[in-house]
Design a protein around this ligand. Structure first.
Ligand SMILES: NC(=O)c1ccc[n+]([C@@H]2O[C@H](COP(=O)([O-])OP(=O)(O)OC[C@H]3O[C@@H](n4cnc5c(N)ncnc54)[C@H](OP(=O)(O)O)[C@@H]3O)[C@@H](O)[C@H]2O)c1
Length: 378
């Protein structure tokens, strides 16, 4: 998709730009020449510290020093969704914003006590202030496709109905569903558009350099030659740079047909685990696991623990087992997320995971599986 035609003076506020998706969105906006129009909400004590945190992350996203030096401290708004006492102080600056891309969240499957206060309470407080703006044209909130909960029939279409919180697999997805519900119901003045990415893994040219999130699950499954999904089942994975392009398209396009979009591989670009096995083996110069692969039940995962050290290297077996159990819950859903709404907006077709998986493998060499796993257990 071409750089969206927005008026040159429009100010765009990014939250979560020190993270994986927000970093990729920022890198893309800088490449498209929007740098001077950007503001960033960053957790930091001072604007200078916030700017340094932002620059450190953007280096991981391949942004060159020249573009980094172009950013300046006045573009930083210091703020934390955990304690929103800063909101009244910064409200005048927030009222200058035309478009928000809200990527900030605690994106963790752990039992992190900050999940609800940040993802629901703090996000709502921020959105409530923004809903009072006369200037705001769009509040693009980044949700997650998995907030639909388990027991849905795949392919999944976008829907504003949510399962009961108790049915959600983890607190994170429950919180992401609740904030969408609250913003859509309680903030009628907010020009809300929700984008729900599916599973974001790696980057087409940088691989796992900026984040090893979820890639370690594939490494672990092939190293153990066992997991809870079948090789013939499919998984909906997109790279972060594609996700960023789609989010920018949805944030900047003057008119949209809907207020809720999947950002996903969908039917055409999803890959089967057998295809992923072959691409992974080819990138490693090895043979696919193929017939040696065993589909096992979640209760059988513990029987693999004796092999952890030999197959995946040094790791805390208790943590590995917990991680495998949590991720098996999502992998077993076997969900494809319909992306026809996104494509109808003129956003490019998503690439397939197997087409850039070799880049993820190369960028992960020298990084242990256990180290890479830490991305998802903050
Ligand atoms: N990664 C995926 O596969 C995926 C899939 C679907 C949806 N999503 C959604 O995409 C969004 C971004 O996820 P991500 O993978 O990029 O996560 P991430 O790498 O962990 O980044 C999270 C960002 O949120 C910021 N943040 C966390 N707590 C905050 C707080 N209390 N106040 C203000 N900012 C805070 C972080 O800032 P600090 O640097 O200060 O911690 C960081 O910039 C999330 O909404 C997530 O639900 C991600």
């Amino acid at each position: 998709m071409q750089a969206a035609p927005i008026a040159i003076e429009e100010r765009i506020l990014l939250t979560g730009a020190t993270g994986f998706l927000g970093g990729a969105v920022t890198a893309q906006l800088l490449a498209e020449g929007h740098g001077a129009n950007l503001s960033f909400l960053v957790r930091a004590d001072t604007r200078d510290q916030g700017l340094e945190r932002l620059r450190d992350n953007l280096r991981q996203h391949g942004v060159g020093e020249c573009a980094l030096q172009f950013l300046h401290a006045e573009q930083i708004i210091c703020g934390d969704f955990l304690d929103t006492a800063w909101l009244p102080r910064e409200t005048p600056r927030l009222m200058q914003i035309e478009r928000v891309i809200n990527c900030a969240a605690v994106a963790s499957f752990s039992k992190n006590p900050s999940i609800w206060p940040v993802n629901v309470e703090g996000t709502f407080a921020f959105a409530e202030v923004m809903s009072r703006s006369k200037r705001l044209k769009r509040f693009l909130h980044v949700g997650t496709a998995m907030c639909c909960g388990p027991q849905q029939a795949s392919p999944i279409s976008e829907s504003w109905s949510f399962p009961d919180g108790a049915e959600q697999l983890v607190d994170y997805t429950a919180s992401k569903a609740e904030i969408e519900r609250r913003m859509s119901v309680e903030l009628p003045g907010l020009p809300l558009v929700v984008a729900r990415p599916s599973i974001v893994v790696g980057h087409r040219t940088l691989g796992c350099q900026a984040s090893g999130s979820i890639f370690w699950v594939f490494r672990m499954g092939f190293a153990l030659e066992s997991f809870t999904c079948g090789l013939d089942e499919q998984i909906d994975v997109i790279p972060v740079d594609y996700c960023a392009e789609a989010l920018i398209g949805l944030a900047l396009k003057p008119q949209l047909r809907h207020n809720l979009y999947h950002v996903s591989a969908g039917h055409h670009a999803a890959c089967s685990f057998a295809e992923i096995d072959e691409a992974f083996a080819s990138a490693n110069g090895a043979s696919p696991v193929g017939a040696r692969y065993r589909k096992i039940g979640v209760d059988d995962l513990k029987e693999l623990a004796g092999d952890f050290a030999a197959r995946i290297g040094p790791a805390n077996p208790r943590l590995v087992l917990r991680a495998l159990r949590l991720y098996s819950g999502f992998a077993d859903l076997n969900y494809l997320f319909d992306n026809s709404r996104l494509l109808e907006e003129g956003i490019a077709l998503p690439p397939r995971f197997i087409d850039y998986l070799d880049v993820c493998v190369r960028s992960s060499s020298g990084v242990s599986i256990a180290t890479q796993m830490q991305w998802d257990f903050k």
